[in-house]
Design a protein around this ligand. Structure first.
Ligand code: HEM
Length: 363
């Protein structure tokens, strides 16, 4: 992977998300393994169907970035926290947005800075999580069944602080999924040929099922072309631009000497736009991800690589594919402003929220 610049500072030197919040206990890791996720695919499908019906049906124009953030956080809140109330979820969306924005800025905790707002927002989230955990403890005490990851942690005997920290880490992952969905919509909205290929793959899957039957794990494995398009979209605009590593020993790279202990920032986008591996790297071309073709190791790295690679990529894949399945069957769309700027430091987003014109599809 290519390294863009070196820094001796870590972004989270003040407390927004600690390293510990990003690690998960073994049983939670099990919850998010593909074999455990299998049981949740139908649930994801059902929530996504309802969200599309409520927020997209009957609308001529929608800002997709706003919608995608809301749908992915709704799923995370349902899946991890067992939350249903839309007002509570909306409150969390706005606070998590502040954290996501501030965590990737200079860590100056003084009033008026994005980092300061992020620290405050993290406090509001922790308070909300404390309320949720207290509710879970009361439910467990009353003998109610375990239906979400947070309740399982209560049952496992974890402390409130530990649960809150772990939940903060996993729910925060929602914004990467939202970014991926948004830029998928941008690229596909500009390429009717790609849209039609995805649609025909998804209609094949629907035809193989009973009317109203929800998606299952096996269906996800058939969505090969759809996933290739998502991969190409993540190649051109990576949802996470890079992360830090710590040098274990002194080393030299590109004419720089990096002393042991320094923090090194490696970037996803420079790696994925290397013309040595990707011909015409700025061109959106899903055929690069043809079935059976293998990319050289560490050239396509939207989820990172090595032992710290994103542990939730299967969860992300399932959510994104279930979204695509329902979206393309219901709508065609076109992007209002194909030249809309992409902003953001570590997590790119469209300047105006990606307004799209929606056209209902009738079979
Ligand atoms: C399309 C969606 C996603 C993308 C592109 C993505 C990308 C990444 C990347 C680039 C890393 C750094 C990997 C490295 O340093 O090598 C990472 C780490 C991580 N991601 Fe994701 N992620 C996504 C979704 C999620 C979701 C939904 C969650 C939580 C439910 C999540 C939780 C984590 C955690 C906990 C880590 C830290 C792993 C560690 O340091 O050991 N991610 N992700």
């Amino acid at each position: 992977m290519q390294k863009l610049f070196f820094s001796t500072q870590v972004q989270n030197s003040d407390k927004v998300l600690s390293n510990d919040e990003m690690k998960l206990p073994r049983f939670l890791a099990f919850f998010l393994k593909p074999e455990a996720l299998v049981n949740y695919v139908a649930g994801m499908d059902s929530i996504i169907q309802k969200q599309l019906k409520t927020h997209l049906e009957g609308k001529a124009e929608v800002k997709m970035y706003t919608f995608c953030r809301s749908i992915t956080l709704t799923l995370a809140c349902r899946f991890f926290l067992g939350l249903e109330n839309p007002e509570r979820i909306a409150k969390l969306v706005s606070q998590f947005d502040r954290v996501t924005h501030g965590i990737h800025t200079l860590p100056l905790n003084i009033p008026g800075t994005a980092f300061h707002y992020a620290v405050r927002a993290a406090g509001v989230i922790r308070k909300e999580l404390a309320d949720v955990i207290a509710e879970k403890r009361a439910r467990v005490a009353s003998g109610a069944p375990t239906q979400d990851v947070c309740t399982s942690m209560v049952v496992e005997g974890m402390s409130d602080e530990d649960i809150s920290e772990k939940m903060m880490g996993v729910v925060a992952g929602y914004s990467t999924v939202a970014n991926t969905m948004t830029f998928f919509m941008k690229f596909v909205g500009e390429r009717p040929d790609v849209y039609h290929k995805i649609l025909s793959e998804q209609l094949e899957i629907s035809k193989s099922k009973q009317a109203e039957e929800l998606l299952c794990w096996g269906d996800m494995q058939k969505m090969k072309y759809s996933w290739a398009v998502v991969c190409e979209s993540m190649r051109v605009i990576p949802p996470v631009l890079g992360t830090f590593r710590e040098a274990k020993t002194d080393f030299s790279y590109g004419g720089f000497t990096v002393p042991k202990g320094w923090k090194v920032f490696w970037t996803v986008n420079t790696t994925q736009r290397n013309p040595e591996y990707f011909r015409e790297p700025y061109k959106f071309d899903p055929s690069r991800f043809k079935e059976g073709d293998r990319m050289p190791l560490y050239t396509f790295v939207p989820f990172g690589g090595g032992p710290r690679m994103c542990p939730r990529k299967e969860y992300a894949r399932f959510v994104i594919l279930a979204f695509i399945h329902n979206l393309v069957k219901k709508f065609k769309w076109e992007v209002v402003d194909p030249n809309e700027k992409v902003l953001g430091g570590m997590m790119p987003y469209p300047e105006k929220g990606l307004p799209v014109r929606l056209h209902p599809r009738y079979d």
